[in-house]
Design a protein around this ligand. Structure first.
Ligand SMILES: O=C(O)c1cc(=O)[nH]c(=O)n1[C@@H]1O[C@H](COP(=O)(O)O)[C@@H](O)[C@H]1O
Length: 307
């Protein structure tokens, strides 16, 4: 099953991290941006071409270091349909490179609309008698705070397509406590959500002990991360917030089980924008991204041994 595949890629690369692909035109090295804008003008098409070329270069540099990439849809949506085409091509290229693709869309809606989202991102769209894959990611982030009926359509698509999900449980942002830390009976809200995620996934557990229904738990709240790891033993964690948001390797070690499994740590800007700190005008963006990804891996491996 799908988290088994991710776990095996993590083991093969000896690296429990995912590189976020959240590209803004400002993050693209000047020589790549200039080439695209010379070709297409200062247009959304030009910007979309630049981020696609940038993504491909990053994936060429990172594909033997990281097991997975996580493109965040917003950065592509803001460039309109040209951006969405760049996202589709990014996903296709990632798969060609053997990378596990986690589409970060944080979707959530009533059941019938959730089904449409899951067709788009994980499943297939029916046209006449044909079932056509669309974005075809391996895994998706969703927002399940509308309730279980909005999560289940995604989970069913995952079962049919052998894919998996991450549902927001305790997010990394500064305001996450405003609602997620509210007391709800004898639990707090994020615990209620975590328990729901674990319950929805419980009948479909993979060989490493994890269900298809994972949870997003931020690196920026390490004590909550530690408590959730103990509470949700069958729930795979996506842990964002390392690097640019201040989360450290010491913080994220709590996300892993005793075999060093069950979690993947994300960093986006600290890898994508590493070239901005080397003083070489972006010509070395691939080396810089690779060095940042290797440094993150080695940093985490000081605290976590993957068996
Ligand atoms: O679902 C996510 O990936 C996510 C959840 C969360 O709680 N916090 C969070 O930062 N993210 C995403 O993780 C990435 C973090 O990016 P950096 O802060 O640049 O490493 C962004 O794509 C965020 O949208």
């Amino acid at each position: 099953m799908s988290f088994d595949k991710l776990q095996e890629l993590i083991k093969a690369k000896k690296n429990p991290t995912v590189a976020g692909l959240d590209p803004k035109p400002e993050y693209v090295p000047p020589h790549i941006l200039r080439a695209s804008l010379d070709k297409y003008g200062e247009t959304l098409e030009g910007a979309a071409d630049a981020i696609l070329q940038f993504n491909k270069g990053l994936m060429d540099a990172l594909c033997d270091v990281v097991p997975a990439v996580k493109p965040q849809s917003a950065y592509y949506e803001r460039l309109g349909w040209q951006g969405m085409r760049a996202l589709e091509e990014t996903i296709r290229y990632a798969r060609e490179k053997g990378l596990f693709v986690m589409a970060d869309v944080k979707r959530g809606d009533i059941g019938s609309t959730a089904q449409a989202y899951s067709d788009a991102w994980l499943g297939k769209t029916r046209v006449g008698s044909a079932d056509l894959p669309v974005f075809d990611a391996d895994c998706l982030t969703i927002n399940g705070y509308m309730g279980s009926d909005t999560i289940l359509p995604f989970l069913e698509t995952c079962r049919v397509e052998d894919k998996c999900l991450f549902t927001l449980v305790k997010t990394s942002n500064p305001g996450s406590g405003e609602l997620q830390d509210m007391v709800a009976g004898d639990r707090v809200v994020y615990q209620v959500m975590g328990d729901l995620v674990q319950r929805l996934g419980k009948d479909d557990i993979g060989k490493y002990g994890y269900s298809r229904c994972g949870a997003v738990v931020g690196a920026t709240y390490p004590s909550d991360l530690r408590a959730l790891r103990k509470r949700l033993e069958h729930t795979f964690f996506l842990v964002p917030g390392y690097g640019a948001q201040g989360g450290t390797a010491e913080d994220v070690r709590f996300a892993f089980d005793k075999y060093g499994r069950g979690a993947i740590i994300n960093a986006s800007r600290s890898i994508m924008c590493a070239w901005q700190k080397t003083g070489h005008d972006g010509q070395d963006y691939q080396d810089a991204a690779r060095a940042a990804a290797e440094a993150m891996r080695d940093d985490i491996k000081q605290f976590v041994t993957i068996l």
